[in-house]
Design a binder for this molecule. Sequence first.
Ligand code: ADP
Ligand code: MG
Length: 651
Amino acid sequence: MNKKQIHMRNRILIALLCFAFAFVISEFMPLEAWLGSKSAALWVEFALFLIPYLIGGYDVVLKAIKNIGHGQLFDENFLMTVATVGAFALVLFPDSDPHMAEGAAVMLFYQVGELFQSYAVGKSRKSIAEMMDIAPDYANVERDGKLIQVDPYEIAVGDNIVIKAGERVPLDGIVVSGTSELDTKALTGESVPRSIAPGQDIISGCVNLSGKLVVQVTKPFGESTVSRILELVENAADKKAKTENFITRFAKYYTPIVVGIAVLLAILPPLLFGLSWSEWIQRGLVFLVVSCPCALVISVPLSFFGGIGGASRDGILIKGSNYLEVLANTQAVAFDKTGTLTDGSFEVVAVHAQDGYNADELLELAAHAESFSDHPIALSIKRAYSGELDPKRILDPQELSGRGVKATLDSNVVLVGNDKLMNECSIDYMSCELAGTILHVSYNNEYLGHIVIADVIKPIAPVAIAELHEMGIHNTVMLTGDREDVAKAVATEVGVDDYKAQLLPQDKVACVEQLLTQTSEHTHGKGKLAFVGDGINDAPVLARSDIGIAMGAMGSDAAIEAADVVLMDDDPTGVARAIRIARKTMRIVWQNIVFALGVKFAVLILAALGIANMWLAVFADVGVAILAILNAMRAMKVPARDQVSAADVEE
Ligand code: ADP
Ligand code: MG
């Protein structure tokens, strides 16, 4: 609890004590006999209950008055104030029982509910902050032989920083010296430590578990993984789900309507049929108390908030509650092949050079032409090339997405890419019998031969697809720019329902559009299509699908930007996990809506019939709010990754 909440709690406790005192006196003491008159006794009771009322609820009354000044008439402060002031005002009707006790109690319980609410919201905020407690406070740099701590903002790209065992990595960089184990749990939800050695990339937000590391910083703090993730989570609350907007709009109309009904209920029957004023005013007041929509207004956003928070603890960043809603309705999933279902680390299987050239020359040309590309293919070619890369030899490198690369090397044009690229540039090429991805190499329009590379599927990929099928996702499709035979082999191995090969990025967009229509038709407009990619070459597709899921955000910036949902690691089972969390969240949201409205309407009817009294009303209101909040907080609970089984989450 924070200071404000503790203050509030103490206030409520004092008010409750005063209330108990007033209650004992008014119930058990012969006030009337002591004071000699019934009305004197009544006014003493009035004063006795007014004290706890004011201690507990003065701020509500003040807020209500202030809001009226601002023209915001119908909020819960207003409802509570009118209802409780009304209860006290019944003292003016000599023929009715006094209702000061109820008036004070309603206000106190309402405040208990508010306190609970603010505690729950604070707690889920805090747990998001904790889960995302990845923001480093300092970075160690060496100055004059001594290690000093400086603000990570002050570190420039190229500086060396030192990370001691137990410290959080403050900035993204590359390890210069030292080996260690990294705890990436805060980022990926993955609890197995990763080992790290010189030459490898290191990402801010991980915790260095064992050895001392010296790291050369590659990104300023503002662009580091940590900053981007925090920004993303902070902005998530602004993107409201349809359900959430609906509730806000609902409350806007609902409250004035209910107030209107309450007023009619209080004045029409006495006016038209000469019934008892005090009786019907009371019913109107009870009606007002029950009508307060706070259970909904607070629990629905809280559920979404909890879902986003729980997911982030599992290494899944969801950029807004609207995406949770779409995820929950996902009925078809399209996957990119390279880097998503496959490892993306190609091995060179064979190099077939034309007569007069040798394999090393071919690799040298290809590696140079690819030197500026981050495509998994490019990375593997560079890895396979044993010589030194000399970037100064290259001019004007171009990525031709879905086809290959083009560059000028020592003023000669080098092309590296697939059949499509060769056809486009009218270069005769040899086809290859080997299974694998074929990279043709040409030099000044002369065909030099091809390099055959092969990728392996991620061992977890078939599991990821099977999980989706198990969850009732009716269509899984793999889209790839690679050759038909490679695509077919991978598709069979991972078990997707369908695949499309030889696609250029724009073809992928067309494919996704077709899938969108198909999915929508198949599910009568309800089902959504997710696209899962690595953010390389597929940003347009990520954007075009109903929901774009990027994976492996620990490496690629493009992924974080382009996607709606970001899986922090390279594990494709994250898709199923994300959908499960989304479904669970939506279930909780709807449980809360149905439960809160159901109880409200029941008590409203009872109130109109004169069966429900003020006590029932206040319990219905505060009770429903508290139960809904507790339910909402379930959304935050995501089982630890290692113990997750479908049964756990599906309940
Ligand atoms: P995927 O759809 O499997 O993710 P891409 O759309 O990224 O693959 O690429 C499709 C095809 O385009 C690759 O199989 C390859 O033939 C060619 N290609 C793409 N980028 C490169 C590159 N940097 N170098 C050579 N070939 C490339
Ligand atoms: Mg790709």
